[in-house]
Design a protein around this ligand. Structure first.
Ligand code: PLP
Length: 456
């Protein structure tokens, strides 16, 4: 089977190095994955931040199998299904009442595309067709398709595919570990970033700006938790300038951050909420764009009014996906899974913070719920990063893998995001393995950096 690996492209990964040392999984159970050779790994990343209820969850499997036998396809160009309607009812019930309308889709990027299109169409149908620009953050990630990648803010994922459409304006990442505009308190740091946003809006021309899209916690930006003051001000600014605020909760939604939605935790609600990944427990492709009534109303009219949403995807709101979505959310309704995500995240951050005194190259430990990020620094005092070619994070990821733990990493960060059902003992196990990998890489790297720093 391994000879076939050279014929497959996996995401964001060089084919040659992948085929030299491939991960080929065969089975999963709880937090565990087993590869075709029988090696076991802890899925420290929940698939890609989606497998919230763990592998081999019997209720999800039964819900999917039952629905496969009942009805596997209901074309969204002509109708919907009982499962889609049940899912919509369930989700709208857990949201504040001003959310009234959902567009079901099958992947995160599709949903981001939909949200951006809806924001533009909303303005056009409300008599302000000049509003088309989309604000987003540098270092954010919103998906791999046209508008979604245009809103994304990392050159790595964009430069090979440039040029992109005009009208996408990027703002500084609201990062409080490296505050670009300074500030003594978190509130002040947030206010200063928000001031810049308002300045950009004024300079771009408020009558040209349709939407502001952000993840409430910016995972790809480095698990950045923006100061609450920032998101509160962004909400006010969007209201002031009639800009549709879109939260991309594709990672943060459905319990990941220790509450059903990050918006709930931060008490800042967007006009359009975009969800994916955890909505189906990661068992199948499902996503949604959820609109507040004021925005949904502009799409309501007679056929000749031509105000409907001119877009859709074949597998959007597929009945099997919706049945799995219902079974996922039903398991989360009593709040225990989100509470566990909060507690396990705190357990991880507390232990990693203790480790900082032994391994000062762990510059920052952050995140919310079971999104746990650590940032590596060459010098904790100045927060200077290690040179990119030292690949510190990548080495940590490789060492973790040798110890049977899969984590996310870039050269300056590593992220843990195991299933929300992870137990306290399992988290201890994860942290033992992670600590082993961190010590192995950071002790010598930190020592070398110390020597280099003393010489310069
Ligand atoms: N938005 C965020 C924040 C994501 O992390 C991702 C994927 O990782 C997407 C959008 C795109 O979702 P998908 O890969 O399902 O298209």
């Amino acid at each position: 089977m391994k000879e076939l690996v050279r014929h497959i492209m996996v995401d964001f990964t060089q084919m040659k190095s992948f085929s030299d040392d491939p991960l080929i999984w065969a089975e999963g159970d709880g937090i565990w994955l087993t590869d075709v050779d029988g090696n076991r790994y802890i899925d420290g990343l929940s698939g890609t931040f989606c497998l919230s209820l763990g592998h081999n969850n019997k209720k999800l499997i039964q819900a999917g199998s039952r629905q496969l036998a009942r009805l596997a396809m209901a074309t969204p160009t002509m109708g919907t299904s009982d499962q889609a309607l049940k899912l919509v009812e369930l989700i709208l019930k857990i949201l504040p009442p001003d959310y009234t309308t959902m567009k079901l889709l099958s992947g995160g990027s599709e949903a981001v595309e939909g949200a951006i299109k809806m924001a533009r169409q909303y303005h056009r149908q409300s008599g302000v067709p000049t509003k088309y620009k989309v604000l987003s953050h540098y270092r954010g990630f919103h998906g791999a398709t046209g508008f979604a990648v245009s809103a994304t803010g990392w050159p790595l994922w964009k430069v090979p595919y440039e040029p992109f459409p005009t009208g996408f304006v990027h703002l500084p990442t609201p990062d409080s570990y490296r505050p670009l505009f300074g500030g003594d308190t978190l509130d002040e740091i947030g206010e200063r970033y928000a001031k810049w946003v308002e300045e950009v809006i004024e300079l771009e021309g408020p009558s040209t700006i349709a939407a502001f899209i952000t993840e409430p916690i910016l995972m790809s930006a480095g698990t950045v938790v923006p100061p609450t003051s920032y998101l509160r001000r962004i909400r006010e600014i969007c209201d002031k300038y009639d800009i549709v605020l879109i939260f991309d909760e594709i990672i943060t939604g459905f319990g990941r951050v220790g509450a059903m939605f990050a918006a709930e935790l931060l008490d800042v609600w967007p006009d359009i909420l975009v969800v994916g990944k955890g909505i189906s427990g990661g068992y199948t492709g499902l996503s949604a764009v959820i609109l507040k009534d004021k925005f949904a109303q502009t799409f309501w009219g007679e056929p000749e009014d031509n105000v409907h949403f001119y877009s859709g995807h074949t597998y959007g709101g597929n009945p099997v996906a919706c049945a799995i979505g219902i079974a996922t959310i039903e398991q989360m309704l009593d709040g225990r899974i989100a509470a566990n995500a909060r507690d396990r995240g705190e357990q991880a951050r507390a232990r990693l913070r203790l480790l900082q005194s032994k391994l000062p190259s762990i510059g920052d430990v952050r995140g919310l719920g079971l999104l746990v990020g650590i940032e590596f620094v060459r010098d904790p005092a100045t927060r200077e990063r290690f040179p990119a070619d030292m690949n510190i994070g990548i080495k940590v990821r490789e060492e973790a893998r040798k110890r049977g733990l899969l984590v996310r990493a870039s050269h300056w960060m590593a992220v843990l995001a195991p299933p929300l059902t992870t137990t306290e003992a399992e988290m201890d196990d994860i942290l033992d393995r992670f600590e082993g990998a961190l010590s192995h890489v950071l002790e010598p790297a930190g020592a070398r950096a110390g020597v280099a720093a003393a010489r310069t």
